[in-house]
Design a protein around this ligand. Structure first.
Ligand SMILES: O=C(COP(=O)(O)O)[C@@H](O)CO
Length: 234
């Protein structure tokens, strides 16, 4: 999947009027692919913003009381779905490969969170048993068996909601190993802040922000990333 630098804002269960305002004020950047995963209550609002790609944080595959089915989400032009996030895994009944397959059946691109290289291997081995691309040839890119189109986010569970990221060399090493398993974009997520996000830009295809994506100056941060990419390529 060829695309610009991916910026994902995972708003989780939080949102303020200020978040909605700065999302509405975002100005498209040619070298940025901006995805927002709002909570369910604000999916309708974000779906109306022309220059932002809408992502669901989850879905529940039934129409029972309190559920949010994919068919309901599809009415709001949801293009992406967070899959295998650490918060999903807190539910013992969560099945990542099932969730990825449901996305694929509904033409939604899964954003698949990977806590480490071994999980990447486990996920691709699991799906390898369930299905194989009919004409899949490159056995080395086993993660791409997961879905025809995916975005991967390396997000170590010990560095979510913390003050800082893991050692940069360790992060780079793990991202390099995961990149060997896929031709899809590999991003970093977890404890990104104003002091560390720039350090990662040269080594990833995108960044997934939690708390920082809800800050009032997040549009400026996107601008900074865009300018950083332009100067790096000039
Ligand atoms: O769960 C997330 C929280 O990230 P922080 O940036 O640590 O708030 C994650 O999905 C965003 O990458």
């Amino acid at each position: 999947m060829e695309m610009s630098f991916v910026i994902i804002g995972n708003w989780k269960g939080i949102c303020s009027q200020a978040n909605l305002l700065h999302a509405s004020q975002y100005k498209t950047k040619q070298n940025i692919h901006y995805i927002i995963a709002p909570n369910y209550l604000h999916i309708s609002y974000i779906s109306k913003l022309q220059n932002i790609n809408l992502c669901a944080q989850n879905s529940v595959q039934n129409e029972l009381t309190g559920s949010v089915s994919i068919s309901l989400l599809m009415q709001f032009n949801v293009k992406y779905m967070l899959c295998n996030h650490a918060d999903h895994r807190a539910n013992n009944n969560y099945n990542p490969t099932e969730h990825v397959l449901i996305c694929e059946e509904n033409s939604i691109t899964p954003i698949i969170f990977i806590k480490d290289y071994q999980e990447a291997i486990n996920l691709s081995n699991t799906l390898n048993k369930i299905k194989r691309k009919p004409n899949y040839t490159n056995e080395n890119k086993s993660l791409d068996l997961l879905s025809y189109k995916s975005i991967f986010v390396f997000e170590p569970h010990d560095y979510i909601g913390k003050e800082g990221i893991a050692d940069l060399n360790k992060v780079k090493y793990e991202i390099d190993r995961i990149k060997q398993l896929t031709d899809s974009p590999v991003c970093y997520g977890g404890s990104l802040n104003e002091n560390n996000y720039k350090d990662l830009i040269p080594y990833v295809d995108g960044l997934c922000f939690g708390r920082l994506s809800r800050s009032a100056n997040f549009n400026q941060i996107i601008e900074n990333i865009s300018n950083n990419l332009i100067s790096a390529n000039s």
